[in-house]
Every structure is written in structure tokens, then in C-alpha cells.
Design a protein around this ligand. Structure first.
Ligand code: MTE
Length: 301
């Protein structure tokens, strides 16, 4: 059953994992026999997706501070100390401070949001996040009128993060949003998955989730949030500005210079993995297209 966000599914849509696995095996078998036809429209194809199982979500990750392999984060991120955790909120806010995460959580309402998650590498999954709206946190700190952007920073702990020995990116990992994107009700800070604490490899104890943008915008293990009037630098844009822009909205019509973004591979398909069409703004067009009215989305990629 959809909640007030038409594309946001709720807990009732999550198939119990065991039942889901059985059905998936049945479907895979049926597909192998040619009994399941390809979905007609892009939207229909996407809406048949169900949340991925825990293993898909937590064993295939991008968290380069722990290595560039998909299995590296699950293997190494356990070393990250996430308690206690402090988030500095500074810049153009009324109440700049080092906020203890436990104090933030006491003031926030945790909800479940089941979102599509589309990596720029063209794989995707559906994740049942638990978290709170970023707008609530920003309002708690009091955004000043001149602020136009929000900058985010991941913790940098060389002793706990074997991947930062290598200059794959300019550490710490940094990201940014325009203020209206950050205040949008779909934008959340996730602290859990499937009702459990978010695992370290997924960005414990608190990571950003912006479901209409490529996954790399959803920065993990955040220790600093800065309100600013200038577009903040972002890690992948610094590494390769031609390939990764500031906006990075999911857009099937704008190719990555090295591959098409028109289709994606949903994780969990196993042997019968198929590609499905990618949706404009990852299926959240009705909710977010107005943020970009009049903008050339090819120039502002
Ligand atoms: N945040 C940090 N700090 N470091 C990273 O390497 N990878 C990004 C994003 N956030 C990344 C990060 C990329 S490329 C993706 S696709 C998502 O995290 C992956 O999130 P997941 O592992 O929870 O699926």
C-alpha cells in the first residue's frame, strides 16, 4: 500500500524474506521455462520490483574507504567505530554545534521508506530504509536565509578504513545538494534497513538517501553537514568532472560518457538477471521534476 508518496511503498509491501525467496526461485524457474513475459512499459517493469533481500543489500556495496571491491565493505567495515557518534552542523545555521547522534535521534521521527536505489554503474535495488527527513534535522539547526546548498562529509579514519591508503578519491568523501533538494520530503537520513540498525557497510550510523539521484550522491557515515551559499565540491565530480556532475539525477536519456543509462540490472536476478528500462528521476518524476523546471538536464548532468 502506497503512503502519501505515491512511489513510496510501506512495510506492508515487504514480502517476508523467506516467502520472497521462495517466490523468487519459482519466478526464476518460470522465467527459465519462458513462462514469464517481459513487462510492457518501463513503469510496469519497475513496479513489479520488490525490496531486495538483506543479503543483496548488505553484501554488494560501494564504500571505497573500505576498498573498491563490492565485497570489501562487508568484509572490512566492521572495524568502523560508530558509537559514540557526533555530527557537526555548521555554516549558515542559527544553532551551529557538535550534535550527539543520540540527541538527534531523540528529536526525529523514524519512518520506513522503501525506495528504488539506482547506482551510476547501472545496477539497482529496492531498499526498505528506516530514517528521518533531512528537512527535520536542518530545521532543528535553523537554516539561515542566505543558505543555498548543503555540504556533507564522511568520517575519515585511516586506522579503521583500509581503503583510504589509496588515492582513489580525494578523502574524505564529500557530497552536496541544493537546499531545495535537501529539504524535499523524499530526502532522508537513513539509520536502519529492514528495521535493524544500518550495517556499517551501508553507511552506519547515518547516511544520506536521495532516491531520484545516482547512488553516489547518497553519502555514508556522515560527520559534518555545512549550510553554504556556494555549490560545494563533490568527490566524484572532483575525480572526473566530465563523467560525474553536481546534479547526477537519474536520467535514462543522458548517457554516461562510457555507457548508456537507458537500462539497469536489478540485483538479485541471479542466473536469469535481466535488464529493465531506467525511469526518469528513478521513478520519482512526479515528486521532483518541478525542482528542475526550465533547466537543461543534459548540461546540468
Ligand atoms: N559514501 C562514501 N563515504 N563512500 C563511498 O564510496 N559510495 C557511493 C554511495 N556513498 C560511497 C558512498 C556509491 S557509488 C553508491 S552506489 C552507494 O553509496 C552505495 O550504497 P550501498 O552500498 O548502501 O548500496
Amino acid at each position: 500500500m502506497a503512503n502519501r508518496w505515491t512511489n513510496t511503498l510501506t512495510e506492508r509491501d515487504v514480502t517476508p524474506e523467506a516467502a520472497f525467496l521462495n517466490r523468487r526461485q519459482l519466478m526464476a524457474g518460470a522465467a527459465g521455462l519462458g513462462l514469464v513475459g517481459m513487462a510492457g512499459t518501463a513503469r510496469a517493469a519497475q513496479e513489479t520490483l520488490e525490496p531486495n533481500v538483506w543479503e543483496d543489500i548488505t553484501q554488494y556495496n560501494n564504500y571505497y574507504e573500505f576498498g573498491t571491491g563490492k565485497e570489501d565493505p562487508a568484509e572490512y567495515a566492521g572495524a568502523l567505530t560508530t558509537k559514540p557518534w557526533t555530527v557537526k552542523i555548521d555554516g549558515m545555521v542559527d544553532k551551529p554545534a557538535d550534535y550527539a547522534l543520540e540527541d538527534i535521534l531523540k528529536a526525529m521521527t523514524i519512518e520506513e521508506r522503501i525506495y528504488r536505489f539506482r547506482c551510476v554503474e547501472a545496477w539497482s535495488m529496492v531498499v526498505p530504509w528506516n530514517g528521518f527527513e533531512l528537512a527535520d534535522l536542518l530545521n532543528m539547526a535553523g537554516v539561515q536565509s542566505g543558505a543555498k546548498y548543503v555540504a556533507f562529509e564522511t568520517v575519515l579514519r585511516p586506522d579503521e578504513m583500509p581503503g583510504v591508503r589509496y588515492p582513489v578519491l580525494d578523502w574524505p568523501y564529500v557530497e552536496g545538494l541544493r537546499l531545495d533538494e535537501a529539504m524535499h520530503p523524499l530526502t532522508i537520513m537513513a539509520t536502519g534497513i529492514y528495521g535493524k540498525d544500518i550495517p556499517n557497510q551501508n553507511g552506519a550510523p547515518m547516511r544520506l538517501v536521495v532516491p531520484w539521484k545516482y547512488g553516489f550522491k547518497s553519502i555514508k557515515s556522515i560527520v559534518r553537514i555545512t549550510l553554504t551559499d556556494k555549490e560545494p565540491p563533490t568527490s566524484w565530480n572532483k575525480a572526473n568532472a566530465r563523467e560525474y556532475g553536481f546534479y547526477s539525477n537519474v536520467n535514462p536519456e543522458v548517457s554516461h560518457p562510457r555507457w548508456s543509462q537507458a537500462t539497469e540490472r536489478p540485483l538479485g536476478g541471479g542466473l536469469f538477471a535481466r535488464r529493465v528500462p531506467t525511469l526518469m528521476f528513478n521513478g520519482y518524476e512526479d515528486e521532483v521534476a518541478s525542482l528542475y523546471a526550465g533547466m537543461d538536464l543534459k548540461a546540468n548532468y
